[in-house]
Structure formats: structure tokens, C-alpha cells
Design a protein around this ligand. Structure first.
Ligand code: ADP
Ligand code: MG
Length: 730
């Protein structure tokens, strides 16, 4: 077919204004034709007229109706010269895929009209009109440009997910729209939050676009399953039964965590094979082939793509083959699956919740909200009528499920966020949050920030950001890691601190260790851990891993290295990209010079340990001498008994003192490195006297006090031992 046939009857210009008037590609017309059928497309003109009159629009419609890909680009011709549109995404992977999708739809390459900005990546040029940006990265931009003056329209996408950055942006935007009468804001959401957004933004207008939704029948259980194991069993039964008896179409299963994803797949595979003494669940002629796919965030992206793109197996004995995707909540929005007509919803989400009193995290499955449940059910009715099995009784669903999910801001520790708010001249205590965090959490966050010398309380001025705090807030990483960078500079190991922080940030939420498929792989991976660890702890392990990978990359042998050690390349590449970005900020804002000091100095480990001890000054634990089995540790600040997280460090660790990165799952210390007492004392903020973090004195004092209790050494000895230590680099 010629291009003129392809474009027949389609609206819009015939040549590409963003490419010097060149003709459009065939693919452009094919995509444009498809877009004509999206529910949102018919409303675009109306939405433009509404936004002409109103400053803030709340747009609600089902996932898949075309909000993300159609709405922002409809405003490209309405921009005043020199101004841009920002389109937020909650996750880095969706930001990437949306940016490339938009470039495809406009028939341009990236960067150009379409830009992409997220941590570790900045693709944008002078011609960029539509900037796809993660909510976190946009919030970072606000810190240097509080009025977000580069943008004429800000589109907040997937607002109903209430990520912390989105919620903070919404609160901040409430202030910005009052300062900038010409700014337009579009808030896009897939569920029933519209009324809340409207009451949060006075003067906003709500718009709803009816999606193409087919009927979804909801089915409940007769009896409530008690506990994770029972839930997993009933899900397995439901999958197999649905496969044998239900309408054609693929099955999408939502479970709270990776453990259950793997548990379900393992058990079904076992059952389908059947054991010698046990009949298989069904005979081959009773049902078609069943293909199982896991889907979760830390899975390698190639595997995620295959889970999403793969076709269902062909029919067998006249019965449909099906694919079953077993997913955590990453599958709720943004990702489009084909031909799903059966959804099985565990009704649970895993939440990581901060306890400010004990300064520790717990991981807890929570009941999903009605909003999440209807979102999940909706995935069954995209292309035809579907069915959703909820793994609870109808009575429980009505009585125990809350309307909305707990917003992430109420589960987090708020430390970085409070500093960010203060830098933006908002007071975290009375900031207008859409959903405020607990006052205890904010109080503790401010206490922690003071301990880092990031903020102080003036008698007249109230909460104030210290110069140190300003530096910390420029760094796109958490407070502890940002401090590690500055301490690295102080102790003369900045290059190592930089690599280590880049790794620590990249493995947060994404495991660098690939799931092993064979015993051989497991053995290789373990050998790698031991090799990188050099008997020195988890932090050094990650540092060495990165350095080895970088070395291999320069030699062009990175792929073989990753295979040999069974590591996930994307995590190391992300660390490398972040490292570059951090270095730029450190040079621009923190007075660093571009240094590539190698590991020539034999004191290198000592220096890194000093920096670590200081950055983790609030996360030090000591072996509990009263535990005869020698497996208990006590945290210095909160005096909680803890154990080492499985897989953390060497289990036969002999040292008395460790720093840890996280107190997790109610008393398991994750990511630990042993540190000699003299380094802890020497490196602690009140150390040899030349350090000047006066507001942190109480930390040292508290440390010395606890050490007195635990070591039974007299205070004078503990205190005098500090100045007697010479600098470790000497
Ligand atoms: P919404 O934001 O309302 O959920 P989107 O604008 O993301 O909807 O998607 C609209 C439609 O475009 C979807 O139904 C999907 O079929 C299609 N689509 C989205 N992204 C892609 C892509 N990367 N490749 C092919 N089709 C896509
Ligand atoms: Mg969308």
C-alpha cells in the first residue's frame, strides 16, 4: 500500500513539521489509524477547550483509553515560545517506554521534540517540547526552579498510585498554581480518586472519559483463607480450575510478593507433572496447554518483556492453550497485556512500613483497597467480557476492604522528603499533604536530619537548612548515601565512595543477583560473593563487584563476566549511569574535582570504613554479649535485639561492631559490614576534634553512653581513646 492510501481519511498534517516537513513514515499512519479508535481521541478537542478556561483539570478514565499517549501530545501546538510540557511517570521503566512510544507516534527520534529525564539519564535538547520525566526527577527540578518555570503544562500521570514523589509534587503544585496564573496542570488517574483530587485543588475541573470496558463478573470464595500459605493454595486451585473450565483467554494473577510468584509456579509445575503415587491434576485431554510466566520488578527486563509479549500456546484436543502471568502489583497499570479475560486477585499488597519508634522497617502484606481491586478486575475486561476471582469472601470484601490504599507517604521514613520540603521552603510539619504522614514520622525524620547536620532549629527562624543539608539535598540519593559521598571526600576515598553509593542506590529495590536456575549457577554466584567480599562485609562486596564489572566492560568482556557470576547487567549499568550523574552534581555543587584515584593506597579499606562508619552513624549495632549462641546484635540507638538477615554478609562474622543499611522485617539487619571499634570512635562526628558537626554532638554522646553500657569500659577511657587515634590515612 502506498503512503497516500495509508493516510486516506486520517486527520492532521500530511508532512512532519518536527522533521523539516518531511513525509511521514508508513508506521506513523498505521499508528495514527489505531489511535483513532482510542476512547480519549474523540475527546481531545473538548479537553483542549476545557484547559483553555481552567487552570487545573482532573482527567479520569480506564487504563488503556489513551490518556498517556494521546493527551499530552495534543497540546504541542498550544505552547508559548520557549515553554514545554512535562509528563510524569512513576517508574523509570515506564518513563523510558512512554518516551520511546511517544517518539514513535510523532515519527521522530529521541531526544528531539520528545525528551526523557530520569535518574541516570537525561535525553533532551533545545527543541524538546514534551519532556517525559519521572515524578522524582521533576521534584528534584523543583528544588532549583521552585516555580517549574520551564513548563507551561504539567501532566501528572497515574496520580492514583500516590507514590511519595507524586504526592509531594501535588502538594507543591498547589502552591505553584497560586504563584503562576499561567501554569496549566492536568492530573490523570485511572480510578475513583477524582473527587478527592478536585477538593484538594480548589477551582479544578473534573473530566471523565468513558473507557471501553466489557463486563467483568466478580466471583468470591466461600471461606476465608487464613495466612499466606492458604492464599497460595487457593490461588493454585483457582488457576487450574479456571484453565479447565473457563472461557478462552489468558489468566493474570496478582500476588503480594516475589516469594508467592515463585511458589505458585513451582507448585503448579510439580502438580501438572504429577507424582508417581498421585494423579496429575487433570489429564492432557481435559485441558489445553498451560504456560506460566513470572512478572515482577526485579526480573531482568528481557524476561519481563517475554512475559508480556509472548503468545499463548496453541490449542490441544480442541481446548485453548493459555498463558498465565503471575505478577506483583507492577502489572496493575501502564503495562498492556493482550487477551486477558481471567483475573485472579489475591487481594493483598506487600507494604514496607517504617516504624519511627524503633527506627526499623517491617514488610507486611496488607489488604488491597477497593480502588486497587477494581483496577485489577478491570484488566479482565479490556477486549471481551471477563471474570475476576477474588481470593476472599464477599462479606470480607465488603466489611474489611478500605476504599483507598494507604498512600506510600504514610509508610515511608520521610527523611529525604522532609529535607526536600525544607529546601523548597515548605515546613514539613504543616505542609499541605494530600494524605499527611504520622507526626511521629515527621518528628523522627527531623531528628535524623539534625543528627546529619543537615538542618537546625533557630530560636526565631524555626527550621533551617544548613549548608551541609543543601549539599545533601542536591544529591539524587538517600540521606545516608549522600552523607557517605561527603564523608568519602573527607576521608580521601571519594572515588570509592562514589562507586559504592551508585551500587547501593541501584540495588535498592532491584536485586543484582539473578535468580539461579541450576545448582551450578547457585554455586558460581556464591563463589562470586565470597570473592568480592574479601572477608570484609557486604559494602565492600558491592564495591568490588562494581569495580570488577567496570574493568571487564573496558576489556569488552562484561557479558562473560555477568554470566560467570550470575549477575544482572542492567543493575550494574544503572549504577554506572548514576555514578556519572552523581559525579556531575558533586563537581557542580559540592566542590569535587574529577578524581580517579585508584586503589593503590593500602589504607584504602580503612578509609572506606571510616566514611561508612560516619555515614551510618545512626545504624551501628554491637554483638550482644549475653547471647551465648552469639547470634544476637543490639542496635545502638534503639537497643533492639536483632539478627543478621539471611544472605547478609558472612554468617560466621567474628567482629563485635557492625554498621547496617537497614533494620528490616522486624529485627533483621540487612547489608552489614564489620567495623573495628577504634574506627567507629575515630570517625564519629565528635572524633579528633577537627570535625565540626556541632548539632550532631548528641549522637556521639549517645554512642559513648551506649558503649559504656555494652563494653563496661569507663567513659573517660572511651572518650580519651578518641583523640589518641591518629588519622587512619597517616
Ligand atoms: P492509558 O494511559 O489511558 O492507560 P495509553 O495511552 O497508555 O492508555 O495506551 C493507549 C493504547 O495504546 C493502549 O490500549 C495500548 O494498546 C496502546 N499502546 C500503548 N503503549 C504501546 C506500545 N508501546 N506499543 C504498542 N501499543 C501501545
Ligand atoms: Mg497511562
Amino acid at each position: 500500500m502506498s503512503s497516500s492510501d495509508l493516510s486516506a481519511g486520517l486527520p492532521g498534517p500530511k508532512t512532519n513539521a518536527f522533521k523539516h516537513g518531511q513525509p511521514f513514515s508508513d508506521n506513523y499512519w498505521i499508528q495514527l489509524r489505531k489511535a483513532q479508535d482510542l476512547p480519549v481521541t474523540k475527546s481531545l478537542q473538548h479537553l483542549r477547550e476545557v484547559l483553555l478556561k481552567k487552570q487545573i483539570m482532573i482527567l479520569v478514565s480506564e487504563t488503556g483509553s489513551g490518556k498517556t499517549t494521546q493527551v499530552p501530545k495534543a497540546f504541542l501546538n498550544d505552547l508559548p515560545p520557549g515553554q514545554k510540557i512535562a509528563l510524569t511517570q512513576n517508574r523509570r521503566i515506564t518513563a523510558d517506554s512512554i518516551a520511546y512510544r511517544l517518539a514513535e507516534l510523532l515519527d521522530v527520534s529521541l531526544p528531539g521534540v520528545i525528551g526523557l529525564c530520569r535518574r541516570g539519564l537525561y535525553l533532551s535538547d533545545g527543541t524538546t517540547l514534551l519532556q517525559v520525566v519521572t515524578d522524582g526527577a521533576l521534584f528534584v527540578q523543583a528544588k532549583t526552579d521552585p516555580l517549574l518555570s520551564a513548563y507551561y503544562i504539567i501532566v501528572i500521570d497515574e496520580a492514583h498510585q500516590h507514590t511519595i514523589s507524586t504526592d509531594l509534587l501535588l502538594g507543591h503544585l498547589r502552591w505553584v498554581v497560586k504563584q503562576r496564573g499561567n501554569l496549566k496542570v492536568i492530573i490523570m488517574s485511572a480510578t475513583i480518586d477524582s473527587a478527592r483530587f478536585q477538593s484538594f485543588f480548589s477551582g479544578s475541573v473534573g473530566e471523565k472519559v468513558q473507557g471501553r470496558q466489557f463486563d467483568v463478573a466478580i466471583k468470591y470464595l466461600k471461606k476465608r483463607p487464613e495466612g499466606d500459605k492458604a492464599v497460595q493454595e487457593v490461588i493454585i486451585k483457582t488457576i487450574l480450575q479456571a484453565h479447565r473450565t473457563e472461557r478462552p483467554g489468558n489468566i493474570l494473577v496478582f500476588v503480594p510478593g516475589v516469594g508467592m510468584v515463585n511458589g505458585i509456579i513451582y507448585n503448579i509445575r510439580k502438580m501438572l507433572k504429577g507424582h508417581a503415587h498421585q494423579r496429575p491434576f487433570f489429564q492432557p485431554h481435559e485441558a489445553g496447554e498451560l504456560e506460566l510466566w513470572p512478572l515482577y520488578g526485579s526480573l531482568p527486563s528481557e524476561d519481563q518483556d517475554r512475559a508480556i509479549m509472548s503468545q499463548a500456546p496453541p490449542p490441544r484436543y480442541g481446548r485453548p492453550g493459555r498463558k498465565v502471568i503471575i505478577a506483583t502489583n507492577i502489572a496493575e497499570t501502564s503495562i498492556t497485556f493482550s487477551r486477558v479475560s481471567i483475573v485472579i486477585d489475591s487481594g493483598l499488597v506487600n507494604a514496607k512500613i517504617w516504624n519511627p519508634e524503633t527506627e526499623s522497617w517491617i514488610l507486611q502484606p496488607q489488604l488491597a483497597s477497593e480502588a486497587v481491586a477494581s483496577q485489577r478486575a478491570g484488566r479482565a475486561g479490556r477486549t471481551r467480557n471477563g471474570v475476576c476471582y477474588r481470593m476472599c469472601t464477599q462479606k470480607d470484601f465488603v466489611e474489611r476492604t478500605s476504599l483507598h490504599s494507604v498512600p506510600a507517604i504514610q509508610n515511608g521514613d520521610m527523611v529525604t522528603e522532609c529535607l526536600d520540603l525544607l529546601v523548597l521552603r515548605h515546613n514539613p510539619i504543616d505542609f499541605e499533604y494530600m494524605d499527611p504522614p504520622a507526626p511521629e514520622t515527621v518528628g523522627k525524620a527531623l531528628e535524623i536530619l539534625k543528627a546529619f547536620g543537615a538542618i537546625k532549629t533557630g530560636k526565631k527562624t524555626g527550621l533551617q537548612v544548613e549548608p551541609n543539608g543543601l549539599k545533601l539535598s542536591h544529591l539524587p540519593c538517600n540521606m545516608y548515601n549522600a552523607t557517605l559521598l561527603l564523608e568519602g571526600q573527607h576521608f580521601g576515598c571519594q572515588d570509592e565512595a562514589l562507586s559504592l553509593v551508585a551500587m547501593l542506590e541501584s540495588i535498592d529495590g532491584d536485586d543484582v543477583f539473578l535468580p539461579t536456575k541450576t545448582e551450578e549457577q547457585g554455586r558460581k554466584q556464591n563463589e562470586g560473593k565470597i570473592f568480592f567480599r574479601q572477608d570484609r562485609g557486604d559494602h565492600i562486596m558491592y564495591l568490588n563487584m562494581y569495580l570488577s564489572w567496570r574493568n571487564e566492560s573496558r576489556l569488552g568482556t562484561a557479558d562473560a563476566f555477568l554470566r560467570e557470576r550470575v549477575l544482572k547487567g542492567s543493575v550494574l549499568r544503572a549504577a554506572d549511569a548514576l555514578r556519572k550523574q552523581l559525579l556531575k552534581v558533586l563537581m557542580d555543587k559540592c566542590g569535587w574535582k574529577d578524581t580517579a584515584v585508584g586503589l593503590t593506597n593500602s589504607k584504602f579499606y580503612t578509609r572506606v570504613l571510616c566514611a561508612l562508619a560516619n555515614a551510618n552513624r545512626l545504624r551501628i549495632a554491637m554483638r550482644d554479649p549475653s547471647d551465648e549462641r552469639d547470634q544476637t546484635w543490639r542496635t545502638m540507638r534503639t537497643d533492639l535485639p536483632c539478627s543478621l538477615y539471611q544472605g547478609s554478609c558472612q554468617p560466621d562474622l567474628k567482629e563485635q561492631w557492625i554498621v547496617y543499611n537497614e533494620n528490616y522485617a522486624g529485627g533483621q539487619l540487612r547489608l552489614v559490614t564489620p567495623i573495628p571499634l577504634d574506627i567507629i570512635l575515630w570517625a564519629s562526628p565528635r572524633g579528633p576534634g577537627e570535625r565540626n558537626l556541632t548539632d550532631s554532638d548528641f549522637v556521639t554522646n549517645a554512642l559513648v553512653e551506649r558503649m559504656m553500657v555494652m563494653t563496661k569500659l569507663p567513659e573517660s577511657l572511651l572518650r580519651t581513646s578518641m583523640p589518641s587515634l591518629t588519622t587512619p590515612s597517616a
